[in-house]
Design a protein around this ligand. Structure first.
Ligand code: AMP
Length: 400
């Protein structure tokens, strides 16, 4: 896939109406207050650039899962308010998405003014990538900008379909994601280390397979390590395991050997008898790949020897990509492995890239965010990117 896409800098946007797909899917409390405005802040550079160019800016986004119906619980009104505060400028909220109010308010925009359409997922046609719906969105604008990396792996009307009807470019957020992650995959500083954790091998099959062609070292942690360990004859006790993926895990271990990729599995494990935050924790040590976890105990985190082993490889790396926690980091007692890996990355001189989701949340919670080279804004999208898949929300944009 060609990642050399046109950007907002390539638009002659003055006086033109520009439809910008943002990711304003912010967390809210029960009263609808925004509890974290990070996603709104991240979209500011693109919006500000368009305002400065004198564009008439039309913003759209989804929020939550309104299931294709108008439901004011999922209204973008709180986003319009917060965005207006951040921009120090009025943001007009349309009462609908492609209806009379949206048409009237977008038509009335003057140069440098901003209108936010209501939640695009109030229409079921959005997620179906319905062509008529995409066309209705496009009819309100002269140009399309996609800046929602978090939904770039979805072919929806506002993330991809609309590009069939308008000149389409990327915003700064998407540009940053594809520049940094694209460079890491195509021309990494070596050694190139991938760290994969989380709950399921099945979610990351494509990623593991693709990365084995690119990296020098793969570090595995989290529950998925136990599927790998069992596939190689290890005793994993009551640890979480996907028995229907044992064959695949074995194939990946063999592929790693053939490709001369160093595939590292945990050598010790912090275990408990119950999946509970205050379960008694005992560390079992493995011999070679054969783990020594006793029956009835489940591995919930990587142990101290593993942390030291992984730390050395992370510190010596040229590039590190990390996706997925090393253990059940939601339970304090089993968060140490994830914390240790985050610290190793923070202290490493490598280019460090955090795929979104849990690893991004962990890095932020621990206060290491500003010590990483890049934290992706899209969990699913960054995984698909690492898998080498074409992201529809990026593929649809005009090449340079
Ligand atoms: P994922 O969504 O695949 O990145 O997985 C993240 C989830 O994996 C987190 O909620 C962790 O609690 C969970 N997880 C990580 N390690 C383990 C483990 N050893 N056993 C059970 N769950 C785990």
């Amino acid at each position: 896939m060609n990642y050399n896409k046109m950007t907002v800098d390539d638009l002659a946007a003055k006086g033109r109406r520009v439809l910008v797909r943002c990711d304003f899917n912010v967390p809210q409390d029960d009263s609808g207050n925004i509890t974290d405005d990070k996603r709104i802040r991240e979209s500011l550079p693109t919006i500000r650039a368009l305002i400065e160019q004198g564009a008439r800016v039309i913003l759209c986004s989804h929020l939550g899962r309104p299931k294709g119906e108008f439901n004011m619980k999922y209204s973008l009104a709180p986003v319009a308010k917060r965005l207006s505060e951040l921009l120090e400028k009025e943001v007009v909220l349309a009462g609908d998405v492609i209806g009379e109010d949206a048409k009237a308010k977008t038509a009335a925009l003057k140069d440098g003014e901003v209108c936010l359409l209501e939640n695009v997922r109030f229409h079921a046609e959005e997620e179906k990538n319905d062509s008529d719906f995409a066309k209705s969105l496009a009819l309100m604008a002269d140009f399309y900008v996609n800046d929602a990396f978090g939904t770039a792996h979805r072919a929806h009307a506002s993330t991809a379909g609309v590009a069939n009807f308008l000149p389409a470019v990327c915003g700064y957020l998407i540009k940053k994601e594809i520049d940094i992650m694209g460079r890491a995959l195509s021309d990494p500083k070596r050694p190139f280390v991938a760290i994969l954790g989380g709950s399921k091998v099945s979610d990351k099959i494509g990623v593991i397979n693709h990365l084995l062609d690119l990296v020098d070292i793969i570090i595995i942690g989290g529950a998925m390590a136990y599927t790998f360990l069992k596939s190689w004859g290890g005793n994993i006790g009551a640890s979480r395991c996907e028995d229907d993926r044992l064959e695949y895990a074995r194939e990946m271990i063999i592929k790693a050997k053939e490709k001369k990729v160093n595939l590292l599995l945990p050598i010790d494990h912090v275990c408990a008898r119950a999946f509970s935050p205050d379960a008694e924790a005992v560390t079992f040590t493995s011999v070679s790949t054969c783990t020594g976890i006793e029956d009835g105990w489940m591995g919930l985190d990587i142990g101290p020897l593993t942390r030291t082993l992984y730390d050395k490889h992370i510190k010596d790396a040229g590039t590190v990509v990390w996706n997925g926690p090393m253990g059940v980091f939601e339970f304090d007692r089993f968060a140490e492995g994830t914390r240790a890996v985050a610290l190793s990355l923070a202290e490493s001189g490598a280019v460090t890239i955090i795929g979104g989701g849990d690893s991004a949340a962990a890095v932020e919670q621990l206060g290491f965010a500003d010590r990483m080279s890049h934290i992706s804004t899209g969990g699913g999208a960054s995984l698909e990117f690492l898998e080498g898949l074409e992201l529809p929300g990026i593929a649809c944009l005009n090449d340079k």
